[in-house]
Design a protein around this ligand. Sequence first.
Ligand code: FAD
Ligand code: FES
Length: 324
Amino acid sequence: MTASDISDKHRFLAQGNVYLPHIMIIEKIIEETPGVKTFHFNFKDEQIRDEFTFESGQFGEYSVFGVGEAPFCISSSPTRGDHLEFTLQRVGKVTNALHRLGVGAEIGFRGPYGNSFPIDLLQGKNLIFVGGGIGLAPLRSLIWNVLDNRDKYGDVQIIYGARSPADLCFRYDLDAWGDDKTVDVITTVDRQESRVQSPVSRVEAGNSRLQSQESRVGAGDSRLQTADSRLLREGFVPQVLEQVAPSAENAMAIVCGPPIMIRFTFPVLGKLGFTPEQMITTLEKRMKCGIGKCGRCNIGDIYVCRDGPVFTYAQIKRFISSEH
Ligand SMILES: Cc1cc2nc3c(=O)[nH]c(=O)nc-3n(C[C@H](O)[C@H](O)[C@H](O)COP(=O)(O)OP(=O)(O)OC[C@H]3O[C@@H](n4cnc5c(N)ncnc54)[C@H](O)[C@@H]3O)c2cc1C
Ligand code: FES
């Protein structure tokens, strides 16, 4: 069956077959880093386009016809509704096939699935977003959601890190949040790679003000100057979080990044006085059905696709050291 056959029959079959994807058109592609792309996409069927809703934190199963499907979070905000976005790192079969697609290509989409960030619980609180690498993708959906309803939240702090300047995703968002006087953005890299192999040209290709300069701010200073005098720190995300030391009072920390970052971030938050109930993350387990039927995504008695992917640390701490 071709993509257009599915599209024509979609509205009738979707009622009875939960595995039947919606047909989506890719409208724009942004190369975030050499291995990470963001796709802007939309429903081919205008009625579904108008009726579709989702919450920050939810995910979809995306398919390349003839290749397979894989889960990715919806990285755009429900407050910005004219299109949807997802951001993916090229790691294997489906992600390589998606990376090869161009604007105008058709893909399949099932969703939205899973729970979402607990907006009601977050309102009125100071929010600390802690992200690493492509882990900013689910966070940015919530960050834009919060900023589009700014008066409902307290202070907003974003601590984001990547391996090197060239690995920073969403530079356009980091710039926009940096320009917002109500947001405190701290960006860090594990190492300033340019001192080793000059990735500066790759960073410049991103046309961002978060270009790091090659010179240090001062001897012994672990922070690096960005082109517009904002500071790009050097150090791992958990270390920078400890230095910044946000207050746990009336606060919630929302964390997403590589498993190793998450594992080291929770103890730092604990040291700063955050309880496990004040720490939220979103998990990425291997999945198949995405809807609680196949049992592929379980951790203990939890199905990540159905009970998550968003959890408090209190809910998952008994699993996290062995599984995540
Ligand atoms: C709820 C959810 C949301 C996700 N959101 C995103 C997102 O926004 N952006 C993004 O880039 N990725 C995201 N992922 C991970 C993404 O689903 C996998 O990278 C993808 O399924 C890999 O498919 P593939 O066919 O390219 O890789 P495969 O060919 O299947 O595998 C390639 C390699 O990747 C590893 N791998 C595959 N899936 C996972 C996984 N889920 N976790 C860890 N390692 C895996 C395999 O073990 C293998 O080593 C998410 C996963 C979940 C469950
Ligand atoms: S992916 Fe099938 S039960 Fe979760």
